[in-house]
Design a protein around this ligand. Structure first.
Ligand SMILES: [Zn+2]
Length: 257
């Protein structure tokens, strides 16, 4: 196989960017791109051109109507880390289906790193951490009939087809089970320091709008996931569960969607 890596020398920074973009895993299979052997880490990846660097006539013809991620094949937008096996398979017999699959993967990776670049742009009051901590500690017996459930009417009106059934269900459940609890926690906070709820709501709204601006075609599932990821990151949580409850609360409350 002709190795792309031998033809071009990528800078260490470019390799790092591409490696962290796929989070160290081959985006096409479950292979890790780093292997530890005899206490030494070995790199198991190659940098692949999504649109070939030197396409053959047949490849040019095959891909002539396909989307190109950059006019320059050596642009980082056209490059992706793959494990050696997947790279060989991708290059050896080029197919339109595999090309499209990789273009879509790369676009999703680019969107996700753009979202992460927004993480530092919106600050949220530390009080939100207090709410998250109470949510994580709260013991609610959902089997009890007298538990106060909220009727999440708003949700069904607001979500569109870009949200998956599973995410819709998750938001619905979170609102049903936790809306009253989250609201009561916000009311408590407002008593201690007035306007906390309003401040936090507008911060969530701001980040939502930033994400909407980023993705000109807003996909609700992607926006929801990106908001959850952001909230977990800035509140330093290991797990997304409490953030999902909080973002669901703001969907119901109209700051989101
Ligand atoms: Zn692979």
């Amino acid at each position: 196989m002709e190795m792309d890596n031998d033809r071009i020398k990528f800078s260490e920074n470019d390799k790092l960017i591409l490696f962290s973009q796929v989070e160290g895993m081959c985006p096409l299979c479950p292979n890790s791109l780093m292997h530890e052997k005899e206490k030494q880490n070995r790199k198991l990846f190659e940098i692949a051109h999504i649109y070939p660097l030197n396409p053959t006539l047949a490849e040019k013809e095959l891909l002539k109507d396909e989307e190109r991620l950059s006019p320059d094949p050596n642009d980082l937008k056209n490059l992706i880390c793959l494990c050696v096996t997947c790279h060989t398979k991708f290059d050896k017999s080029r197919t339109v289906t595999e090309y499209r699959e990789l273009v879509d993967k790369k676009k999703a990776l680019l969107r996700s790193s753009k979202n992460k670049s927004l993480w530092a742009d919106t600050k949220v009051e530390n009080d939100i951490i207090h709410i998250i901590n109470t949510l994580l500690k709260e013991e609610i017996d959902f089997s009890k009939d007298d538990i106060l459930k909220y009727d999440p009417k708003e949700i069904d009106k607001k979500v569109d087809d870009s949200i998956t059934i599973l995410t819709r269900r998750k938001i619905h459940r979170n609102v049903q089970d936790y809306f009253h609890l989250v609201k009561s926690k916000f009311i408590e906070l407002d008593k201690i320091s007035p306007l906390t709820t309003e401040t936090i709501s507008s911060q969530i709204k701001t980040h939502y709008l930033l994400l909407m601006k980023q993705h000109r075609l807003a996909n609700q599932k992607e926006i929801f996931d990106a908001l959850v990821q952001w909230l977990s990151k800035i509140t330093k949580q290991i797990d997304d569960e409490a953030s999902e409850i909080i973002i669901s609360y703001f969907v119901q409350n109209c700051e989101v969607f």
